[in-house]
Design a protein around this ligand. Structure first.
Ligand SMILES: [Zn+2]
Length: 312
């Protein structure tokens, strides 16, 4: 048995995972308002102790703990160098957890972990080359090339969301302009729609969201796009084209056999994957499209805990 943990910006998901990659049981707890490292570490330890007790398992029966966390992970020590949603710097989670549980711990970037999980356990086929694209709040990504998860020289590669699609484009949270994420990340898309609504725009989107700007998400915007709302037709069409352009760039560069798409924006919309695929096909080189399939992730929120539990 293995344990997989996914530390998100608002919640921690942990599960027991068997050797075939199936989640046997899982629990989710909020991160809490105080996201300081010591607090979250304690929350994780308490959660795991509870889960072990509940299952009547001793920690010695656990082969490995895999932790998925957004941000950059140091190559050797696996310290979490920087975590954008928790604002951690140099967090020694691997070392602290190993010291406490006396079990081997592996820390992986969350979307690398999700991509690896989908690749190893979510697919029917066994492709050697795959790209994971996860538009959620921002855009995370993962690359499997020749059967290996590509982490790059300093372990910070695969940042699909920050490839630059337009150097004069929208401002990205990384400080740059025109990143893939700035065009197709959920929080950016929603903010562009909200800004116009705050200025007084009404229309189908207002009805769909029932005037609740706080609860607005990509699914609402896609629905309004379908219904011909002027604002959402413009903004969602841009999302589709840039999604397709981002995918085409990646496909031309890496020539994958499959693209797996996940994340809140994908799971929350109905047509985006198909529309983006069409936009990609208009732009990518013919040869790179040969035999390529584009699919939604099958493991959903479990992908990262499964991937982290098996990543090495
Ligand atoms: Zn960026």
């Amino acid at each position: 048995m293995r344990i997989g943990i996914d530390i998100g910006g608002t919640k921690i998901l942990a599960g027991f995972i068997d050797d075939s990659g199936s989640v046997i049981s899982k629990r989710k707890v909020p991160v809490g308002r105080d996201k300081r490292y010591e607090n979250v570490k304690t929350a994780i330890i308490d959660l795991l102790n509870d889960m072990l007790r509940e299952k009547g398992l001793h920690r010695r029966s656990i082969k490995k703990i895999g932790i998925a966390c957004a941000g950059q992970i140091e190559k050797g020590t696996q310290e979490i160098l920087f975590s954008p949603n928790l604002k951690w710097k140099n967090a020694p989670l691997k070392a602290d957890m190993e010291k406490y549980f006396k079990i081997g711990v592996f820390v992986e970037n969350d979307v690398n972990a999700a991509t690896y999980g989908e690749w190893r356990f979510g697919l029917n086929s066994k492709p050697k080359d795959m790209i994971g694209i996860y538009p959620g709040t921002g855009i995370g990504g993962g690359i499997i090339a020749n059967g290996v998860l590509c982490r790059g020289f300093a372990n910070v590669g695969g940042e699909v969301g920050h490839i630059i699609l337009n150097p004069f484009g929208y401002r990205c949270n990384c400080g740059n302009y025109g990143c893939f994420e700035a065009y197709c990340g959920g929080s950016y898309i929603v903010e562009r729609v909200k800004r116009v609504m705050r200025e007084g725009y009404r229309g189908k989107i207002w009805e769909i969201a029932r005037g609740d700007l706080k609860g607005l998400h990509a699914g609402h915007i896609e629905e309004a796009w379908m219904m011909g709302d002027d604002l959402c037709r413009r903004i969602w069409a841009e999302v589709i084209e840039y999604m397709g352009a981002g995918m085409a760039s990646l496909v031309n560069l890496l020539n994958p056999e499959i693209i797996v798409m996940g994340g809140g924006v994908v799971y929350g919309t109905k047509y985006l994957v198909d529309e983006a695929k069409k936009a990609m096909e208009k732009r990518a080189m013919k040869a790179s499209l040969e035999g390529l399939s584009v699919e939604r992730g099958k493991l959903g929120e479990d992908a990262a805990i499964i991937g982290a539990a098996f990543a090495e």
